[in-house]
Design a protein around this ligand. Structure first.
Ligand SMILES: Cc1cc2nc3c(=O)[nH]c(=O)nc-3n(C[C@H](O)[C@H](O)[C@H](O)COP(=O)(O)O)c2cc1C
Length: 524
């Protein structure tokens, strides 16, 4: 498992998931090149005028998520479940790679970092991949989350804390106490650490033990130089600072978001004063992708496994036989699909209510539940089930007034308090209905010749009648038994039995042998 960002980049490269750009590029070109390579991560080694290389799109598809968790794609949920439950307390070290260089006070200059404009109408370049560390002002536990930071000046950034996340709650508490909230923006961590930062935990839980659980070993932490926080020693860089207790008064955004829009446009948000920048001597600056032409291939992917796990756990807890859960990438996780094996009438609707409310991220807005025979990683199968296994007046559920993702451009406002409507779509076969009505008509897959040797016409007629007489059969079984070099002889024999009125059908359409009633063929 990759322990540092640089290990992670090596892993990506070994799996042909990294585009390495060695020639000199201008910082203004980065966004376009990253977008061109959207199915892979990009590493810029030579950005004109900047000392540091930049990596982007490093956790942007499902294969990467599986690699980060050390499993294949089908094992993501199981691997995550184990990591999510584990807790390993951190250890504190006194020296750390992320502090090889320390710039404090007057020497802090964010403009020397390779910050690039990611989207046409962004308010400024953003620090987009920061794992923000903060301590609960009341409980004292550490929290991790990923937050965008807009460049404001050499030592000042904005931060978007409009969504109902823990950091917003901490900041509100700090403001009420009239104190700044110390924060450390940890940059350049491997994908597994970013996943850990997104785990849902109770308010009184310290997320550094969660980080250890994800890594499978104690996280090494080092004390910040200018603030009273501990940060992961393996990081490439740390921006130490404090959120000023001014409240939501500074202009922030717009920023091209995971919604594929400038979600929320120009906002009012708090600011962070940066007191120190610490880093590795040869630090790689990490940037995260959002939106653009391919929202399904951006770094929002790191959030999907956590949403899937939250939903999975809620369904299991409620006694629903859940088989798979998927947050659809093209929806940036706002549309989730689960497959279940219904045991009781109402399982489908219960599953939907849980799916729409289970994740602390307030995702998804749309939930679909299908039966266990549908492969939810195949969009065609899900579309098929939604089309043919549901009646919208009975199977669509709309829930209003729910916790919202404020960046959703369809909401009337992006500033709290705001709630959203959510939709569930039950595409499971209603319990009590005959499942045969919904059976998938798969292509017939037959061998070239039947099990019986070739027979003369009379013998074939007798053998076919005898075969059908032993028990009702589908046409497929007749072909499996009697096909010759072609199906002509068995079709002719079948035709002769028909003409002799020897064939009838049972309730599900299988052929049965009748006694000949030549004078009344219409009954068959
Ligand atoms: C790449 C990326 C960027 C994110 N940026 C923000 C952000 O700017 N503001 C925000 O509220 N949530 C953002 N999120 C979502 C939060 O990081 C996520 O909800 C996290 O679990 C919040 O943690 P917390 O509740 O422990 O503070 C982002 C997620 C990802 C994957």
């Amino acid at each position: 498992m990759s322990k540092t960002l640089r290990d992670w980049l090596d892993t990506l490269e070994r799996h042909d998931l990294l585009a390495r750009i060695g020639h000199e590029v201008h910082v203004n070109q980065l966004a376009a090149i990253i977008e061109q390579n959207h199915r892979r991560a990009t590493l810029f080694e030579n950005i004109r005028g900047y000392a540091l290389p930049l990596a982007a799109n490093t956790f942007s598809n499902r294969v990467m998520m599986a690699l980060a968790l050390g499993c294949d794609e089908s094992g993501i949920l199981a691997a995550l479940t184990a990591k999510r439950q584990a807790r390993i307390d951190p250890v504190v070290v006194t020296e750390a790679p992320c502090q090889e260089i320390v710039e404090e006070g007057e020497t802090v200059n964010l403009a020397t970092l390779p910050l690039h404009l990611q989207h046409e109408l962004d308010g400024a370049p953003f620090v987009s991949a920061a794992v923000m560390v903060a301590k609960d002002p009341v409980r004292g536990v550490n929290n991790l989350g990923i937050y965008r930071m807009m460049y404001r000046s050499q030592n000042e950034t904005g931060i978007d804390v409009t969504a109902p996340h823990k950091l917003r709650h901490y900041y509100q508490q700090a403001c009420e106490l009239g104190r700044p909230l110390e924060v450390a923006a940890v940059l350049g961590l491997p994908a597994i650490d970013l996943m850990a930062a997104l785990a849902s935990t109770p308010l009184d839980e310290d997320e550094y033990a969660v980080l250890g659980g994800f890594r499978g070993e104690a996280a090494e932490l080092v004390a910040c130089r200018s603030i009273d926080l501990l940060v992961p020693a393996n990081a490439e860089m740390v921006l130490e600072g404090e959120m000023l207790p001014t409240g939501w008064i500074a202009d922030e955004g717009p920023y091209g978001e995971f919604t594929g829009t400038y979600g929320g446009g120009l906002k009012q948000n708090p600011t962070i004063r940066i007191k120190a920048i610490t880093r590795r001597r040869d630090a790689v600056f990490l940037s995260a992708t959002h939106g653009g032409h391919h929202p399904g291939w951006t770094d929002m992917h790191v959030l999907f496994p956590m949403i899937e796990l939250d939903i999975h756990n809620a369904l299991v807890q409620a006694g629903i036989d859940v088989r798979a859960v998927r947050a659809l990438p093209a929806s940036s996780g706002m549309w989730a699909v689960a497959s279940i094996k219904s045991m009781f009438k109402g399982d489908g609707k219960n599953a939907l209510a849980l799916m729409l409310a289970a994740s602390k991220q307030a995702f998804p807005k749309i939930a679909v539940v299908v039966d266990e025979d549908i492969d939810i990683f195949d969009d065609e199968q899900v579309t098929w089930a939604m089309t043919w296994r549901a009646q919208p007046d009975q199977d669509v559920m709309i829930l209003g007034g729910m916790k919202a993702v404020p960046l959703d451009p369809s909401l009337p406002s992006s500033m709290p308090p705001v709630t959203t409507a959510k939709m569930g779509f039950d595409a499971t076969i209603p319990v009590g209905r005959d499942r045969a009505d919904f059976a998938i008509c798969r292509p017939a897959v037959l061998g070239e010749t039947g099990r019986r040797p070739e027979l003369a016409p009379d013998e074939l007629d007798a053998a076919l009648a005898d075969f059908i007489g032993q028990g009702a059969v589908h046409f497929q079984e007749i072909l499996e038994e009697f096909s010759g070099p072609s199906a002509t002889s068995v079709l002719e024999s079948f035709g002769r039995l028909r003409q002799r009125h020897l064939l009838g059908r049972d309730d599900i359409g299988r052929y049965v042998l009748l006694e000949a009633i030549d004078d009344n063929p219409g009954v068959r």
